[in-house]
Ligand binder design. Structure first.
Ligand code: AMP
Length: 282
């Protein structure tokens, strides 16, 4: 597997690949890789001839006081995992390489980015949209893969790509989970053993919400109240938000008819965790 750290190097390799006509899938990540990331690589291998991944901890999507400085970084380990999963190129640029100067361009998708996590992380999705647009321009993949775990992020990126007439196909892949249901996340490494046990409350709450919809609950507000009560039962957890929304528009659903996305963010100790479930009614 090639490791490339410069934009020019990635462009040169991309030009070589274009000559072969091989189809390229791309998995952007912030590293500290786990099974969730590797599942995206494997899915990419089923959809294209070659998969490239990137590892870049993007400073513009972290607000001051968030965990940018202590975000886990282990490029050598990530390299080994990606190679084993079948990726053929790892793009691992420095911050200077991606941001040689502060960006004067702002990419915002306010309709989709301002609610849910965006309400608590101002500017976060602008940072995500900017770095993903840059990476897509550099790598020019046929397909880019994102995880359903970060549903709002995937929907923002899909809309941004469509609005900018980008030819890339955005593929949203299922959330990979630990055996007890906790969504795999690089941030799970922050959890102390007690907190790790308490963190199962996210998945438990989403299972409860799914069961409630299946049992006939059609009120978004009642569903949110049930979910909030479940989180409140876990002493180490503090609910930031839970919302029952339309999965495409991310707008609140007063009445659930076809489907509902239940999304939540919970602090377990000092660690902020997110998860969601898409429930189809029919
Ligand atoms: P990150 O490194 O956290 O920025 O994530 C990189 C990509 O992996 C994003 O598209 C995430 O949605 C995706 N991802 C993270 N965790 C999971 C998971 N548990 N299952 C599936 N995809 C995931």
């Amino acid at each position: 597997m090639l490791v490339i750290s410069t934009v020019n190097g990635a462009r040169a390799r991309r030009a070589e690949l274009a000559c072969t006509g091989r189809r390229l899938a791309f998995v952007p990540t912030m590293g500290a890789l786990h099974e969730g990331h590797l599942a995206l690589v494997r899915r990419g291998l089923g959809l294209a001839d070659e998969v490239w991944a990137s590892v870049f901890v993007n400073p513009t999507q972290f607000a001051p006081g968030e965990d940018f400085d202590r975000y886990p970084r282990d490029l050598e380990r990530d390299r080994g995992l990606l190679e084993k999963a079948g990726a053929t190129m790892l793009f691992a640029p420095s911050t200077k390489e991606i941001y040689p100067r502060p960006s004067a361009t702002v990419l915002d998708v306010p309709q989709l980015a301002d609610g849910l996590c965006g309400a608590f992380r101002p500017g976060h999705f602008q940072g995500v949209a900017l770095v993903v647009a840059k990476l897509l321009n550099i790598v020019q993949p046929h397909i880019a893969l994102f995880g359903a775990k970060d549903w709002q992020q995937a929907v923002v990126i899909r809309r941004m790509a469509a609005d900018l007439c980008s030819p890339v196909r955005i593929e949203i892949c299922p959330t990979e989970r630990e055996e007890d249901g906790l969504a795999r996340s690089s941030r799970n490494a922050y959890l102390a053993p007690e907190e790790r046990r308490a963190a199962t409350v996210l998945h438990r709450t989403l299972e409860l919400a799914t069961a409630a919809v299946r049992a006939g609950e059609r009120s978004g507000a009642a569903l949110e109240a049930k979910a909030a009560a479940e989180v409140a039962g876990e002493p180490l957890a503090r609910l930031q938000y839970v919302a029952a929304v339309d999965p495409e528009r991310l707008t609140p659903l007063a009445t659930i008819s076809n489907h509902v996305l239940v999304a939540l963010a919970v602090h377990v100790g000092a660690t902020r965790l997110i998860d969601n479930v898409l429930v189809e009614v029919s």
